[in-house]
Design a protein around this ligand. Structure first.
Ligand SMILES: NC(=O)c1ccc[n+]([C@@H]2O[C@H](COP(=O)([O-])OP(=O)(O)OC[C@H]3O[C@@H](n4cnc5c(N)ncnc54)[C@H](O)[C@@H]3O)[C@@H](O)[C@H]2O)c1
Ligand SMILES: O=c1ccn([C@@H]2O[C@H](COP(=O)(O)OP(=O)(O)O[C@H]3O[C@H](CO)[C@H](O)[C@H](O)[C@H]3O)[C@@H](O)[C@H]2O)c(=O)[nH]1
Length: 331
């Protein structure tokens, strides 16, 4: 298939581009490089430096390249930033996704896979989280992703678009070959921050909150290897092409790890000791987020293969220790 990957120069997008190529698809990346890296896109893939807001240009690109499916990663995705500056989230995520969908509609694209998030559930009433639980996002980022899921449902109903919205839990790790990985600026995610501390690039890692109602008092999350996420996109595309119905799926490992457990595992895998500080809670952090991922297993047959937490940290460590400055400063 001819597939357009928006945000393909970013963290999860660049891993998915590789997985799609390995499946034999023809892939085109569209990324404005606002937060991505040219070096993350394989040399054999054309990178179009363009913004998803430009409906006419994006439609022409889709038509010219006979695009049949869009895999849509392009977004802003920092919870804290979304609360401090909601306008850029409404614009980049909601308006941008609307423009992309409209371009896809005009170009007659049939299939659409969307990066949604566990943040659509907010503070869940029970664990593990199933797809039918209430949507109560507690931050602007989660609200924008929920709005896009609703837009997709309407485009599907009215225009026949076939879509899947994939609600990732905590994406982590890096390609096992060590050549691509996570490079966000600023970095806010726990595992890269812990590993940067192990590398001596940060003086300490702060634990945000030690008084949560969990066994060790720190937040519990469900970490999913980025390669498992990438493979899920390939499987979901196959499902849609085979006539699968449009719907949303959780993508998690179904196992929860506390912040302290992640730090301890990182010390073990890196063989390095580093300073850990206890700090106040970070606003808006739910105590526990763990996915129930049985739906995608039943419907599509996907289940994580690489998401053992030590394996995730080992692959991430290989990337961070081999690329202490990420992709460098150039975009
Ligand atoms: N990282 C996670 O743990 C996580 C969890 C849940 C959901 N997600 C979602 O997955 C997707 C990818 O996340 P990521 O961590 O790889 O993010 P990322 O920031 O590494 O990648 C996003 C890419 O989109 C590009 N982009 C942003 N706005 C654009 C625009 N208007 N036009 C064109 N390109 C644009 C950026 O340059 C970047 O390359 C996002 O939609 C995010 O919300 C991520
Ligand atoms: O320096 C840090 C950084 C994080 N944490 C803690 O580590 C856990 C994981 O935090 P991350 O920032 O790595 O991830 P989040 O769970 O906050 O966010 C993830 O899940 C969200 C859904 O809830 C969104 O999808 C978001 O994009 C995705 O990264 C949280 O309890 C956080 O408080 C620390 O203790 N110290």
């Amino acid at each position: 298939m001819h597939i357009l990957v928006t945000g393909g120069a970013g963290y999860i997008g660049s891993h998915t581009v590789r997985a799609l190529l390995a499946q034999g698809h023809r892939v085109l990346v569209l990324d404005n490089l606002s937060r991505g890296h040219r070096q993350a896109v394989p040399a054999e893939v054309t990178l179009i430096t363009e913004d998803i807001h430009h409906i006419d240009t994006v439609r022409d690109i889709m038509e010219l390249n006979k695009i049949e499916a869009v895999v849509h990663f392009a977004a802003h995705s920092q919870v804290g930033e979304s609360m401090d500056n909601p306008t850029i989230y409404y614009d980049n995520n909601i308006v941008g996704s609307y423009c992309l969908l409209e371009a896809a509609r005009q170009a007659g694209v049939q299939y659409f896979v969307f990066s949604s998030t566990a943040a659509v559930y907010g503070e869940p009433g029970k664990i593990p989280i199933t797809e039918d639980m209430p949507y109560k996002p507690t931050n602007v980022y989660g609200q924008t992703k929920l709005m896009i899921e609703r837009m997709l449902a309407q485009f599907s109903r009215a225009y026949g678009l076939r879509y899947a919205a994939l609600r990732y839990f905590n994406a982590a790790g890096a390609d096992h070959d060590g050549t691509i990985g996570e490079d966000h600026m600023p970095e806010t995610h726990l595992i890269p921050l812990v590993l940067q501390t192990a590398l001596g690039q940060r003086s300490s890692i702060k634990i945000f909150g030690t008084d949560y109602p969990t066994e060790d008092g720190t937040c519990i999350r469900d970490y999913i290897h980025v390669t498992d996420l990438a493979n899920a996109h390939c499987r979901v595309l196959d499902y849609l092409i085979m006539g699968g119905i449009s719907q949303s799926f959780n993508l998690g490992s179904q196992h929860g790890f506390s912040v302290r457990q992640i730090i301890d595992a990182a010390k073990k895998i890196t063989g390095r000791n580093f300073t850990v500080e206890e700090a106040p809670r970070r606003a808006g952090d739910p105590a526990v987020l763990v996915a129930e991922s049985q739906k995608i297993k039943k419907v599509i047959g996907w289940q994580p293969q690489y998401s053992d937490v030590e394996n995730i940290i080992a692959d991430a460590w290989q990337w961070h220790s081999g690329h202490p400055h990420g992709y460098g400063t150039s975009r």
